[in-house]
Design a protein around this ligand. Structure first.
Ligand code: UDX
Length: 461
């Protein structure tokens, strides 16, 4: 939609994200799109920077968004399962703040867009007679798996078996589905948490998903026969896709502080075209020390320049003397502007845990992947990246659950210069074009967002 076609009205939408970076980013982006079209958006911010107990936001990206700080809920990293329990308790405190906010709100709120992992917000919306939109931040494929489980159609653990959910879905092994499902007895709370997303969904006024139909045609077709999913992805800053917001280069609100940003960008500038291996495992993953060691020496073996994001809380796991040892060749930073890095011409590939945002970003920006899924939805994203979208290589795990440095080196070399490299780049070009097309005028995701905006504005007339 062009600047002059923007719609103006009094609609007020509250966008509530789960307090982690991977959930916040797509909801922030959605909020920016709504704000761009004249809708007043409030985002209750409910987190603190896990590493420094502060957070930063780039206000330039939020000209129309009223950032309402409801509370700060510090996050402290722990084991995934216990952190999910902790997360559940934190989400409960969001409930309290949201209710207080709605009760005190003098604008009439037209709609609450809430992260699907907080399904109880639907009850709050009903209590305040506000319409509600559930927002799923993971892929169609991952949601199809959880939904099958919810309906009692998936027998877990898979063990040695393969499962194919429907015609056109790839056959999935235990190592291709959520880590929570491979050992269900250990993840009872988490599985309940994941499947609860689908309860009472038919009572929501909209059900959004951060994916796009051409990327997952069978999966989106299958799930839409059962639930009213509406694709609005990929939710990455608009400058990379439809350019709705010309200055929109990053998500705009970071729970982590990028360190040495200027010198990092200068170092990237100084490297040759497509030469750097960029490595990041996202905002939550807590890798085993042995894995960090294999990654470290795997990177060194490639003899290529690399930029590795190791969060403050993970830093102590780096091998002794590694930083000094690689000073000539690589850079380790605690956080960076991932989108600026991925779009830089010096980046040759992305070694990733395959979080859904990182996967969508690489796919939309055309960066080849080396995938090392760690937990949650990441194995499914990795399976699709390697075998369905064919945009990268997956590092094989040994029986002890670890990846070896030699295998990491091989995969990096394969995507950078191996015989599959050309095909991977061609596939990436195709997906990048499809991602752009869906967000441009007339594209499916673009049309779906516009339709929602019109409905909100109509409600408030
Ligand atoms: C988590 C899950 O792991 C993911 O699979 C799920 O879909 C969402 O929640 P996370 O692990 O943080 O998210 O990964 P990811 O989804 O990739 O999100 C990380 C975000 O942080 C990305 O948008 C990425 O651009 C950003 N990032 C990461 C930075 O801006 N700087 C960094 O240095 C690293």
């Amino acid at each position: 939609m062009g600047e002059d076609e923007k719609q103006h009205g009094e609609g007020h939408v509250v966008v509530v994200a789960c307090p982690t970076q991977g959930h916040l980013n797509p909801l922030l982006q959605f909020a920016k799109y709504l704000a761009h079209q004249g809708i007043h958006v409030t985002i209750p911010v409910t987190f603190a920077n896990p590493d420094s107990s502060s957070f930063s936001h780039n206000n330039n990206n939020f000209p129309l968004i009223n950032l309402q700080q409801v509370s700060l809920l510090p996050y402290s990293g722990t084991e995934p399962e216990s952190s999910m329990g902790l997360w559940g308790r934190r989400l409960a405190s969001i409930r309290l703040h949201l209710v207080e906010f709605l009760a005190s709100c003098d604008h009439s709120v037209s709609c609450i867009v809430y992260d699907s992992m907080m399904p109880w917000i639907l009850d709050i919306a009903k209590q305040f007679r506000v319409s509600a939109a559930s927002f799923f931040t993971q892929s169609f494929a991952v949601n199809a798996i959880y939904y099958s489980l919810y309906k009692g159609c998936l027998d877990i653990p898979l063990g040695e078996r393969f499962v194919c959910l429907d015609h056109g879905f790839p056959a999935l092994r235990s190592s291709d589905i959520s880590t929570f499902l491979s050992d269900p007895t250990k993840h009872v709370t988490t599985i309940e948490f994941m499947t609860k997303q689908f309860a009472a969904l038919d009572e929501a006024d909209w059900v959004f998903i951060n994916s796009f139909d051409p990327l997952e045609p069978q999966e989106s077709g299958w799930i839409k026969k059962q639930l009213p999913f509406i694709s609005i992805g990929p939710m990455i800053p608009s400058i990379y896709l439809n350019g709705w917001l010309p200055k929109d280069k990053d998500y705009g609100l970071s729970m982590f502080e990028p360190n040495n940003e200027d010198s990092t960008m200068k170092w990237i500038d100084s490297q040759e075209k497509s030469s750097i291996v960029y490595v990041s495992f996202g905002s939550l993953t807590e890798a085993k020390e042995e894995l960090m060691e294999e990654v470290a020496w795997g990177l060194k073996l490639t003899n290529r320049p690399f930029l590795w994001v190791v969060r403050e809380s993970e830093f102590h796991k780096l091998p002794h003397n590694f930083i000094e040892d690689i000073a000539e060749k690589g850079l380790v930073v605690k956080w960076c502007s991932q989108l600026q890095v991925l779009t830089h011409k010096s980046i040759g590939c992305f070694v990733t845990h395959c979080g859904w945002n990182s996967t969508l970003e690489a796919l939309s920006l055309g960066v080849p992947l080396v995938v090392m899924p760690q937990w949650s939805d990441q194995p499914t994203n990795a399976k699709y990246a390697e075998d369905v979208w064919k945009i990268g290589k997956r590092v094989r795990m040994e029986e002890d659950g670890l990846c070896r440095r030699a295998e990491i080196e091989i995969c990096i070399n394969q995507v950078m210069e191996g015989e599959d490299c050309k095909e991977i780049r061609e596939n990436l070009n195709k997906w990048r074009e499809l991602a752009k097309a869906t967000m441009e005028e007339g594209g499916i995701s673009n049309t779906n967002i516009n339709h929602f905006v019109k409905q909100i504005l109509r409600k408030t007339q």
